[in-house]
Design a protein around this ligand. Structure first.
Ligand code: NAD
Length: 327
């Protein structure tokens, strides 16, 4: 019998990392899970706690607290490590500090001999994914950001509620930056195979087309309202990362709005941002090109400009072409 090893390492055993770990365990997605954190004691406690649930997990799994040496034979390394914004700290300063965290995390992971796929959740996720790509020297298909996967799930949930249908039958995306410049390309939104515009047209006594803007606003303000209520968001993103992990392990070619490097699609080059993308065992298989309206294309372009501006202010301080030459 061939042993199908599925090994995941989580760097950053905080709220997001552990929500992901808990969902992994409950869904039986991998059989080896290693937790790495600056706070080693915390990682050890989390591993112990999770292992006590192993008897109730749908499949066997071994959870340990470890170090970067454990990445050498991992299939996926998920980065949820990050520092919190200090009072009065600028976004750029936070970005620079998280870049320093990534310099340590990504370099140590790569130096272990890791040859798998990075999934990045740390915010601002599109820029941090690009930084991980720069620092690792890995090809872009093996560096995936969570992008607008969570925002898309929020949209599907809200539209499902609004139309009173199962969110799994709602096919609509949030695209662009995981942040303020994200948008919903309504020209692509369907319930089952019926376009939402047609549903509004055929059911004008029940639904009002002007409500779509309220729904889009609720999606983009969701994180703010959760943070105001409970300090942080973690369950939804934990499950979103599990969804990406399953698409990789099961070689699904599923379409998810992860953050990936654009290579001229929609007129954008080199920026990492959330676009519907096929994910399989090798990571990014290809980007799905949608027929966006000119207005939607412009919104995506604006999102890319916003991200490029922040990225260009960062000093990542490396020469990617040199790193590639070393590989
Ligand atoms: P948290 O503070 O609970 O956890 C962060 C963990 O990272 C801590 O345990 C800390 O010790 C660890 N850490 C810091 N520096 C490290 C290093 N150099 N090496 C190893 N571990 C290190 O934070 P959280 O709530 O889990 O959030 C984590 C990140 O996820 C944040 O950047 C947050 O903004 C982001 N997030 C992203 C999304 C998304 O949709 N992508 C959603 C929610 C949160």
């Amino acid at each position: 019998m061939i042993y199908d090893k599925r090994k995941v390492v989580i760097v950053g055993a905080g709220m997001v990392g552990m929500s992901y770990a808990y969902a992994l365990l409950n869904q039986g997605v991998c059989n080896e899970l290693v937790l790495i954190d600056l706070n080693k004691k915390r990682a050890e406690g989390e591993a112990q706690d999770l292992n006590h649930g192993a008897a109730f997990s749908p499949s066997g799994i071994k959870v340990t607290a470890g170090d970067y040496g454990d990445c050498s034979d991992a299939d996926i390394v998920v980065i949820c490590a990050g520092v919190a914004q200090k009072p009065g700290e600028s976004r750029l300063n936070l970005l620079q500090r998280n870049t320093e965290v990534f310099r340590q995390v990504v370099t140590s992971t790569v130096n272990s001999g890791f040859n798998g796929i990075f999934i990045v959740a740390t915010n601002p996720v599109d820029i941090m994914t690009r930084v991980a790509y720069d620092l690792s020297g890995f090809p872009a298909h093996r560096v995936i950001g969570t992008g607008t996967t969570l925002d898309t799930a929020r949209l599907r949930y809200l539209l499902g509620n609004y139309f009173d249908v199962d969110p799994r039958n709602v096919h609509a995306y949030v695209m662009g930056e995981h942040g303020d410049s994200e948008f919903v390309p309504w020209s692509q939104a369907m319930v089952a195979t019926k376009h939402v515009y047609d549903i509004f047209r055929d059911n004008s006594d029940s639904f009002n087309i002007y409500d779509i803007e309220k729904i889009a606003d609720e999606v983009s303000n969701a994180a703010y309202s959760i943070i105001e209520a409970k300090g942080a968001t973690y369950y939804g993103i934990g499950m979103a990362i599990v969804r990406i992990t399953k698409a990789i392990f099961n070689d699904e070619s599923s379409v998810l709005t992860i953050s990936t490097k654009l290579n001229g699609e929609y007129g954008i080059k080199d920026t990492f941002l959330g676009v519907p993308t096929f994910i399989n065992r090798g990571g990014v298989k290809r980007i799905l090109r949608l027929d966006l309206t000119p207005e939607e294309k412009q919104k995506l372009m604006n999102s890319a400009h916003t991200l490029d501006e922040s990225y260009n202010m960062l000093s990542v301080d490396l020469d990617r072409s040199k790193k590639m030459a070393l590989k």
